[in-house]
Design a protein around this ligand. Sequence first.
Ligand SMILES: C[S@@+](CC[C@H](N)C(=O)[O-])C[C@H]1O[C@@H](n2cnc3c(N)ncnc32)[C@H](O)[C@@H]1O
Length: 203
Amino acid sequence: MVPSLSASFRASSSVPLPLSARCCKYAGQSVRAVPIRILWVGKKRSRGVQLLFDEYIEKLKRYCNVEDVQIRSNPKNARDWRAQVDDEDNAMANLIRSDDWVVVLDERGQDIRSEQMAELLGDAGNTGASRLSFCIGGPYGHGQKLQERANISIKLSSMVLNHQIALLVLVEQLYSLKPSNVRCFETLFAASLENLGPSGALP
Ligand SMILES: C[S@@+](CC[C@H](N)C(=O)[O-])C[C@H]1O[C@@H](n2cnc3c(N)ncnc32)[C@H](O)[C@@H]1O
């Protein structure tokens, strides 16, 4: 089992930080880019979503290995939604190894900034995890097994997103952070940080 996250990582806040505080702890350091898997519960993706997803994955693959794992929604055609959640939960949990670093995406999860997402990528590489598995649930969300197994649960927004949109937001963030290159976080984000006011808020 991989260890849990550092205390500093847990101290997430939605209050904008001053520019000086907006940095990633791996700035200037090399980090090991662990292979990324995206576990996604759903049926067929819309053509537009698949096109955009493929575009990001192609670019992301220059920086790390990425695997797209689709889990069929309601695999046993359960009539009751709780049974559906359990079936999807079991299917996803069966694909997780003990040395995976598991990131569950959930609108009730921790509110993290991009800097912390970069740190998450670096932490996973430094804790001996062999893979980084991002898990996106089905129409009724994640079941108990996944929630208990998660190394961290993060939100992408305070609003509930359609799972296809959550998938796109995730791959866009991963590509922006370029996992093998998180040490360059400040450079990557320099342009967007320059657009922020001194308090870190948009002018
Ligand atoms: C339609 S949502 C499921 C919502 C469901 N009501 C629940 O209780 O989780 C499908 C999946 O998309 C992902 N998702 C949706 N909104 C999200 C958000 N704001 N942040 C992170 N993940 C989100 C989650 O993985 C979720 O399980």
